[in-house]
Design a protein. Structure first.
Length: 265
């Protein structure tokens, strides 16, 4: 239908199921593409429903009930027969049920395999993490062992020089000493100094016979704990003095603060 129905009663007739043939098909075709007529049909169905509720209830006669039940049984029997015939027609297609039967076994087995694989991957991941942690711990232990050996070699060498650093007047309390060996190219600091003031750090300097002071480490002491570290000495360096100064937090390229500890080489 290309135009709207000219008769408004068509909607009521359609809602009542009274339209047949071309008239029914025409209005159904039009309703599929016309929202306005679809709304009119919905209103017509509402009116029909209201009429149904408004009409007084009439009980059917026993004869009508018997004819209706007979028709229901006949139609139900026909549907069962059609379903059985359809099943028989499809049976040869499903006869080779080898894969259908194995599907019930393979699907759960595949699910178990997927879960087991996931668990193995998770376990392998945990093992990798544990191995990485053990490797890092072994490297740290090896580093500490190497440092201990270097410290023992430095302390035991006959040509190692020890310089005591004395507290300077009016400066925070502390005591420290530096051990160095020019042949080995190593320097070791050991000391215990009062904590630095806020926004300040201590800095160790190697003051050579010729040239500018060389930064040898920045540290922030904690009460009751000694500071200790080793470092490589620049080749060809001839120390004249060692000093600890109080600098801005993080240290400076060259000394700017007061000398807290000092000792001549």
């Amino acid at each position: 239908m290309s135009a709207h129905p000219t008769r408004e009663e068509d909607f009521d007739l359609y809602a009542l199921g009274a339209l047949e043939g071309d008239e029914k098909r025409a209005i159904e075709s039009h309703l599929a593409q016309c929202a306005e007529c679809a709304q009119k049909l919905a209103e017509a169905r509402g009116r029909v429903a209201m009429f149904a509720f408004a009409s007084p209830r009439v009980d059917p006669s026993p004869a009508v009930k018997q004819r209706l039940m007979a028709q229901v049984r006949t139609e139900a029997g026909a549907e069962r027969a059609a379903a059985a015939a359809s099943t028989l027609r499809r049976a040869p297609e499903r006869a080779p049920g080898f894969f259908s039967g194995w599907r019930a076994v393979l699907v759960p087995a595949f699910a178990v395999l997927v879960i087991a694989t996931g668990l193995l991957l998770l376990q392998n991941r945990r093992l990798d993490i544990e191995l990485a942690a053990l490797h890092a711990a072994a490297e740290q232990q090896q580093k500490q062992l190497d440092e201990a050996r270097e410290a023992a070699d430095l302390i035991g060498a006959n040509d190692t020089v020890t310089v005591s650093l004395a507290q300077q007047p009016g400066q925070p309390q502390g005591t420290a000493h530096v051990m160095y060996n020019m042949k080995m190219g190593k320097l070791m600091f050991d000391g215990e100094v009062a904590p630095a003031p806020a926004a300040k750090s201590y800095q160790l300097w190697v003051i050579p016979s010729d040239g500018k002071p060389i930064n040898a480490g920045v540290f922030n002491p904690v009460t009751g704990h000694a500071d200790h570290w080793m470092m490589d000495m620049p080749p060809g360096l001839s120390p004249k003095m060692f000093a600890v100064t109080l600098e801005p937090s993080g240290g400076m390229p060259q000394p700017t603060g007061p000398m807290v500890l000092m000792g001549k080489a």
